[in-house]
Structure formats: structure tokens, C-alpha cells
Ligand binder design. Structure first.
Ligand SMILES: NC(=O)c1ccc[n+]([C@@H]2O[C@H](COP(=O)([O-])OP(=O)(O)OC[C@H]3O[C@@H](n4cnc5c(N)ncnc54)[C@H](O)[C@@H]3O)[C@@H](O)[C@H]2O)c1
Length: 320
């Protein structure tokens, strides 16, 4: 029987340095992969909310030299809140796509977190001003806390401001950044922080707009990571209708409230989106047209990015 590697969170993270991951994503988005619909199973529980099992498969195109198949398995157990343990557990299983043999089992939360911020950094490489140095992070959770590291791989970020509705989360993130030698501060006034930022990246669970068009200065790049349902919002209608819009995949048009709501109200149309990350990666050149324009990238996440990251982890573990 084939022996396959098992990589925990820190071993998975160690094999996903941002410069390499961002470059692998550029190549991956340009090439594409096979992505069937995700499976969603509800599991009834007694005395607590239903749990969910999500299965997210992806595999390489048939003409690729190396064939891979990956499945992200995610359990969502809301009842874990009362047990004091995390409600979401994610695992990634990578197979040889030709033979179906297992290659590696890795930590899915790490894959998701790192590929998410690396995807945003890749978009920012094409969309933000090259000299962008002031980063504002809104939402200092699992994903938000990874944002500065990913952006530092593509832009000369020398100052990070952090805003979270939970002051303890902002403080913790700022302390961690400072201990890594990065100039960082907790935001005292959100409006001022938005007005001064070159890049604003949001990773919250908000259902109300946080970023307001009136606060944005010319040349800002806005990166919306958090909202993944039609009810969620991170930017206001004025930002969405004013900015040059980009998405990770066309699914964002149907899943993200930041786009679904203004499309439904007739403020923008699907054609208002200038390009996807595949288009940007294929062109592989700056897409910003002036130092003044405001750009906005909205991502909802993709199984393609998971597969790209998992391949990188596996190759790294083989090399060792
Ligand atoms: N686009 C993608 O590919 C992708 C991938 C993974 C996660 N996400 C999404 O990113 C978001 C963050 O995920 P996470 O794992 O970091 O969650 P998390 O719970 O670890 O962190 C969220 C943080 O946002 C803060 N927050 C929530 N609402 C806020 C608001 N209105 N204003 C300010 N701060 C607020 C919380 O206090 C928390 O610190 C979620 O919506 C998640 O679904 C997107």
C-alpha cells in the first residue's frame, strides 16, 4: 500500500511561503482546472443546530503533464461553540490524478487561509499602485492576520493599521506584527485610517458596509475578502459603483452581497466587472490605468486556489 504524508498546520504553512504561493496561483489561474459543484450535506443533531459536511473537489486539466486530484473536506459544527472548540475543521486530501493513489493529507484551514490572502496579494500586484506602502486591515481574525505577510511579498508595505470590532483581536494582531518588526497600530478612527491607506483589505463577517466611498482617496486599492453570501457587505454601494471592479472568479457575481445587491438594485451590471483573476494572470501586467483610479477586487474563494496550494505543499514535502 502506498505511503502518504500527513502534514499538520505548521508543516502545511511552512511549505506555503507567500512569494512562491502567489507565483503558483498566477500560473494556476492562467491554466485553470476542473471544478465540479461542491457537495453540501446536512447532518441532523439532537439538542443542537444541524452540522454540515462540505466536499470540494478539483482536479487538473486532462492535458497537464502532472495530474492531481484534490478534495477539501470541511465540517461545520455550530454546536461546538458550547463545547468551547472550533466550529469549522478543514482537511485537504491530495491524490495522484492519474492513478488515484493518495499523496498527502494536509491541514485545510492553513490551505484556505494562506491561499485566500495570496490570491488577494496576486490581484493587488496587478491593481494597486506599485509604491503602495500603507496597508489597512479590517478584520483581525484567522484570515485577516495573514494579510500583511502576503501583501509584503508584492508591495513595499511599511505600515499596517488594524481595525476589528473586537479591540482585543486588533491589539493581538498589532502586537504580533510589532514582534515581527513591522510598524503597526490599532486604528483609533476608521474614517481617518481609510483616508490614509494605499490598500484596504477586509476580512470580516459584516452584513453592513464598512468601507465608504466618501472616505477613499484617489489611487486606493480595495480588497474585499470577507462577504461570501448575498446578505454580507463590506463596502458601500458608492464604492462599488465608482471603483474599477475585479473578481477572483465569476461566482463572485452570484455569491457576494457586495456585488449581488448593487446588481439587483440596478446600480451596476455584471458587465461592470472589468476582469477576473484568470484574465489578469493571463495578461500578467499591471491593469491599473492611472494613479488616481480606485480599484476594487472581490473574492469568494476557489477550489482552484486550494488545489494550487496543495500541490505546492506536496512538492515541498517531497523535496524534503
Ligand atoms: N474569499 C475567500 O476566499 C475567503 C476564504 C476564507 C474565509 N473568507 C471569509 O473571510 C471572513 C473572515 O474569516 P476568518 O476565518 O478570518 O474569520 P474569523 O472569525 O477568524 O475573523 C473575523 C474577524 O472579523 C471581525 N469582524 C466581524 N465582523 C466585523 C465587522 N462588522 N467589523 C469589524 N470587524 C468585524 C471579528 O471580530 C473577527 O476578529 C469570513 O467571512 C470568511 O468566510 C473568505
Amino acid at each position: 500500500m502506498a505511503i502518504f504524508s500527513i502534514l499538520d498546520a505548521s508543516e502545511t504553512a511552512a511549505r506555503l511561503p507567500f512569494p512562491e504561493l502567489i507565483e503558483a496561483l498566477r500560473e494556476g489561474f492562467a491554466i485553470g482546472c476542473q471544478l465540479p459543484e461542491r457537495h453540501h450535506h446536512t447532518m441532523a443533531r439532537v439538542g443542537e443546530p444541524d452540522a454540515t459536511l462540505l466536499l470540494m473537489p478539483a482536479w487538473t486539466n486532462p492535458d497537464e503533464r502532472e495530474q492531481y486530484l484534490g478534495v477539501k473536506l470541511v465540517t461545520v459544527v455550530p454546536g461546538n461553540a458550547s463545547r468551547g472548540i472550533p466550529g469549522l475543521v478543514s482537511t485537504y486530501m491530495l491524490y495522484n490524478g492519474l492513478t488515484g493513489e493518495q499523496l498527502a493529507l494536509m491541514d485545510g484551514n492553513t490551505i484556505t487561509g494562506r491561499r485566500t490572502v495570496a490570491t488577494s496579494a496576486l490581484a493587488a500586484k496587478y491593481l494597486s499602485r506599485p509604491e503602495s506602502s500603507k496597508l489597512l486591515v479590517i478584520g483581525a481574525g484567522r484570515v485577516g492576520s495573514l494579510i500583511p505577510d502576503a501583501y509584503r511579498a508584492v508591495r513595499p508595505i511599511d505600515e499596517v493599521h488594524v481595525w476589528d470590532m473586537n479591540p482585543e483581536a486588533s491589539r493581538r494582531m498589532v502586537e504580533n506584527l510589532a514582534s515581527d518588526g513591522i510598524r503597526a497600530a490599532v486604528v483609533a478612527d476608521l474614517r481617518t485610517a481609510v483616508e490614509q491607506a494605499d490598500i484596504i483589505s477586509t476580512a470580516t463577517l459584516s452584513t453592513e458596509p464598512i468601507v465608504k466611498r466618501d472616505w477613499l482617496r484617489p489611487g486606493t486599492h480595495v480588497d474585499l475578502i470577507g462577504g461570501f453570501t448575498p446578505k454580507m457587505r463590506e463596502a458601500d454601494d458608492a464604492t462599488i459603483s465608482f471603483a474599477r471592479l475585479y473578481v477572483d472568479t465569476p461566482e463572485a457575481l452570484h455569491e457576494a452581497g457586495d456585488l449581488v445587491q448593487p446588481i439587483e438594485s440596478g446600480l451596476i451590471t455584471e458587465e461592470s466587472v472589468v476582469a477576473t483573476l484568470r484574465d489578469l494572470s493571463l495578461a500578467d501586467k499591471p491593469a491599473r490605468e492611472s494613479d488616481e483610479e480606485i480599484t476594487c477586487f472581490k473574492a469568494v474563494g476557489s477550489g482552484l486556489a486550494d488545489l494550487v496550494a496543495a500541490k505546492l505543499v506536496y512538492r515541498g514535502s517531497k523535496a524534503r
